[in-house]
Design a protein around this ligand. Sequence first.
Ligand SMILES: C[S@@+](CC[C@H](N)C(=O)[O-])C[C@H]1O[C@@H](n2cnc3c(N)ncnc32)[C@H](O)[C@@H]1O
Length: 317
Amino acid sequence: MLNVQLAKSLMKRWEAFPPPPGEDAGEFQEVFRHAVFVNGTEAERKAIMLASSESKYRNELAYPWDHYFGRDLSSLLEGKVALDLGCFTGGRGAAWFERYKLGFLTGIDVKQEFIDAATQFARLKKISADYRVAVGEKLPFEDNSLDAILSYDVFEHVQNVQYALGECHRVLKKGGRLFVVFPGYFHPTEHHLALATRLPCIHYLFSGETLVRAYNEILEERGEEAYWYKRSSPKMEPWERGNTINGTTLARFRRFIRDHDWEVVLHSRKPIGSIGRNVSKMRSLALLSRPFGVAANIPGLREIFLHRITYILQKGE
Ligand SMILES: C[S@@+](CC[C@H](N)C(=O)[O-])C[C@H]1O[C@@H](n2cnc3c(N)ncnc32)[C@H](O)[C@@H]1O
């Protein structure tokens, strides 16, 4: 209990709030639980879905995820049938489709409203795509049926990474490739408490359970205004190590890679400060990228200093 109070007071010392829906709505899945969406007219709901897709589309155009891999991925993806695993409202996938000249894009995510938004956006952009509700741990595709899977900032949220990686292996054709980017558990700012606090590294000091309780209390104190971004259940799920995250580290992910005959085509080790949309805005981060780059190559330390866990994995022939 004392721990919860201590965590809470630290979090509140650097308290943060989400922007109201309408401003940067696309960055937040939570907007789909706000009354503006839930009780909106058909036209209002469609406008929110579009704003969400557009926002991710523009992000991807402004800062292509190719940066994470340190190379242009076009030659590996042109004409391919690809899955966007964890597609959200389809904006990023639409940008991928256009940049890489994909042959066909299919997408899955866990909520019908995300799928509706992605479908609406694909129609608007006139791209060959379909979307459906599913989870990464049980992909609705035949064995050996896809050329490529692209997944950005999703593997930290799936309930079982080992199953999800196994499913990717099952549905890819032999020689097919998985392009995966996601933050490791010990990334300083990826504790997924950002709707309540800006304080980095707090998950090094407290357990996930303590932090989730502190987070719940902070949002509770905000009263009615916070209803739309509260956790769906205050209690932690058995698979959660932190708020909505499974706690996967690079070391653990590497163990799961060994479960199947994956060939590692690329393991990118870009440190914090060298990459990401905020780097161009924060010069101090860019200056730190050199020492961080050294740390990102030292076992143990790299769990903290790697910007993202980033791999291209190829299914054995
Ligand atoms: C941080 S968002 C990233 C969305 C999108 N990939 C992008 O880059 O804009 C994480 C996404 O993972 C989805 N997700 C969570 N659990 C999932 C699961 N088990 N299988 C598939 N997607 C999942 C969420 O619904 C959410 O859309």
